[in-house]
Design a protein around this ligand. Sequence first.
Ligand SMILES: Nc1ncnc2c1ncn2[C@@H]1O[C@H](COP(=O)(O)OP(=O)(O)OP(=O)(O)O)[C@@H](O)[C@H]1O
Length: 250
Amino acid sequence: MILLSVEGLSKRFGGLLAVDKASMAVPEGSITGLIGPNGAGKTTLFALASGFLEPSAGRVLFAGEDVTAEPPHRRARRGIARTFQIVQPFQGLTVHENIAVGAYLRHAGRQAALDAARAVAEEVGLAPLLETPAAALTVAGRKRLELARALATAPRLLLLDEVLAGLNPSEVRDILPVLRAIRARGVTILMIEHVMQAVMNLCDHVHVLAQGRMIAEGPPRAVCNDAAVIEAYLGHGAAARMRAEGGAHA
Ligand SMILES: Nc1ncnc2c1ncn2[C@@H]1O[C@H](COP(=O)(O)OP(=O)(O)OP(=O)(O)O)[C@@H](O)[C@H]1O
């Protein structure tokens, strides 16, 4: 089943077409990657999928239903959760309280929200830090908190916007099994990621956005060897130069 699909989605900011007739489908149960150079429109596409921005054209379908006109809280209720690239926890609250904010979407009472938040903290490895003020967390801790806040809304689809950015290689290695376990219990993941080691390790399928357009898709390894993708990242002629260099070393 396709859980999320965007069809011919465009977003114009004044004279800039940040997303240009982009289409993609995210199968339920997958970890799907969205990659592309800086400024390609990836975060804008997330904002369109989650309802934080209205598209200039195109449609967003969730579990087969057209949600294009729905505001973010209605989509959250359906099961779409996103993280933000710039992590902004409630600094004055503890880790536990921050996660509970997400849990209020599904739980009416304070105690039920706190209980759900504790379970999520265990899942993402924040259980020992429940009473820590969010302001005291390291970068890696704040990234886990951002993940936890989204997970606490009990999503069917988790949109992760660079949750690995700023982590060192061992912190990246530590979080990969957490993401795999989230998928294993049935949560579908669409992730924007620049850390290619993680994309290669985690993603079943990858879509590539460049200057607002979808330029390639496929299994991660094939996509990374795609000439159009290499050119989008490294500039015109890069694929041919790399082939030539590869030849020289052979
Ligand atoms: N609210 C906005 N108003 C005007 N322009 C915007 C707005 N949001 C994004 N843009 C522009 O749209 C383009 C796409 O931005 P976006 O943040 O979606 O790219 P991205 O692929 O997520 O980039 P990065 O990898 O650097 O985060 C950029 O040129 C950006 O400056």
